[in-house]
Design a protein around this ligand. Structure first.
Ligand code: QAP
Ligand code: CO
Length: 179
């Protein structure tokens, strides 16, 4: 049995914190990874950054597989290459109930540490590339709503502030193809 972490909701100012690099990948970091995976799978979601659970460290977990059986974690991720452009409908566990088109690089190269503290490189395109860019944005205090018009962002903020005043429960995840 493991408990899940509370996910911060936009416009919580803590989502604007800049995450600090992990100095050493030790058992505490691995415990954080496990709790983050548990939280993401339970939501369910395809990506979660530590900042979203109020842990200001450069840690990301994701799983874009249909069966949610392909966990990927990135510690201290760094984008070292990008090419092309694609538009994809994005959501975020910190922006429940909203899905909007965002323009991002079509393919990227990322370097990170794995859960053993070893450095690796990954080339990604399509959904995985979008997810990595979305999650790395979180580590710099940036949200997908920052890529939208200020009118759209304001509309989303007002709705979520109202939901929080009324303590509305988090909406269920839509069908995977709709994310
Ligand atoms: C980021 O987002 C992402 O609003 C991960 O009510 C999303 O896991 C990257 C979710 C799409 C690329 C494409 C959102 C669940 C999950 C909601 C998520 C909701 C329930 C979002
Ligand atoms: Co997000």
């Amino acid at each position: 049995m493991m408990s899940t972490l509370e996910i911060l909701t936009f416009p919580d100012p803590r989502l604007r914190n800049r995450a600090k690099p992990v100095a050493v990948v030790d058992n505490r970091v691995r415990d954080t990874l496990d709790a983050m995976f548990e939280t993401m799978y339970q939501a369910p979601g395809i990506g979660l950054a530590a900042i979203q659970v109020d842990i200001p460290l450069r840690i990301v977990v994701m799983d874009i597989s249909e069966r949610q059986d392909s966990p990927l974690c990135l510690i201290n991720p760094e984008l070292f290459a990008h090419r092309g452009q694609q538009e994809m409908k994005e959501g975020c566990l910190s922006v429940p109930g909203f899905f909007e088109e965002v323009s991002r690089a079509e393919a990227i190269g990322v370097r990170a540490l794995n859960r053993d503290g070893a450095s690796f490189e990954l080339e990604a395109e399509g959904l995985l590339a979008v997810c990595i860019q979305h999650e790395v944005d979180h580590l710099d205090g940036k949200l997908f709503v920052d890529h939208l018009s200020s009118l759209k962002r304001q509309r989303i903020r007002k709705k979520l502030e109202k939901d929080q005043r009324q303590q509305r429960p988090r909406p269920a995840a839509p069908e995977r193809r709709a994310i």
